[in-house]
Design a protein around this ligand. Structure first.
Ligand SMILES: [Zn+2]
Length: 143
C-alpha cells in the first residue's frame, strides 16, 4: 500500500477534497454541510429553501429517494409503519462543502480565541481593539 501525498492550502485546508478539514482546536474532522430534502410535503411544487427543500413524493427506500436528488444521500429518516413507511428526510452532500473551514463548533472557535490571546507571544489584535485601547490611554493622560 502506497502512502498518499496530501497537499494543503495556505490556510491548512487539505486540498485533496477527500479528507475533511480538521478543527483547529480539538483536531476532530469537521462535519459535512448537508442539505435536507423533506419528502411527503403537502406543497404542490418542489420548493428549495436553501439548507432544506421539500418534495411531494413519498419514496419507500433510500435508493428510490436518490432518484429525486442530484447529490449523493448520506443519511435518511423514515416516517410511518408497514405499508405507509416512507423516507421523510434525506440528507444530501455536494461532495465539497463542510460546516466550516476551521472549527467544529462556535464553542471551539471561542476556546481557540481565548488560547491565542492568552498565549505569551501573541501579538494578534484587531484595529478596532487598538483604536479603543489608544483612546483609553489618551483619556488617562488627559486626567
Ligand atoms: Zn473542535
Amino acid at each position: 500500500m502506497s502512502k498518499k501525498m496530501l497537499h494543503y492550502s495556505g490556510e491548512g485546508r487539505c486540498m485533496s477534497n477527500v479528507l475533511p478539514p480538521l478543527c483547529r482546536y480539538c483536531g476532530k474532522p469537521i462535519g459535512k454541510r448537508t442539505k435536507t430534502i423533506m419528502f411527503g410535503s403537502s406543497d404542490q411544487e418542489p420548493a428549495d429553501h436553501g439548507w432544506f427543500a421539500t418534495r411531494r413524493e413519498k419514496p419507500r427506500t433510500r435508493a428510490e429517494a436518490q432518484r429525486f436528488v442530484n447529490h449523493p444521500i448520506v443519511s435518511v429518516r423514515y416516517l410511518g409503519e408497514g405499508e405507509d413507511r416512507f423516507v421523510s428526510n434525506a440528507s444530501v452532500w455536494d461532495g465539497v462543502s463542510y460546516k466550516d473551514d476551521f472549527f467544529c463548533s462556535n464553542e471551539h472557535a471561542q476556546n481557540f480565541a481565548y488560547a491565542v490571546v492568552q498565549s505569551p507571544d501573541n501579538k494578534l489584535t484587531t484595529q478596532a481593539y487598538r483604536d479603543a485601547r489608544d483612546a483609553q490611554a489618551q483619556k488617562i493622560k488627559e486626567k
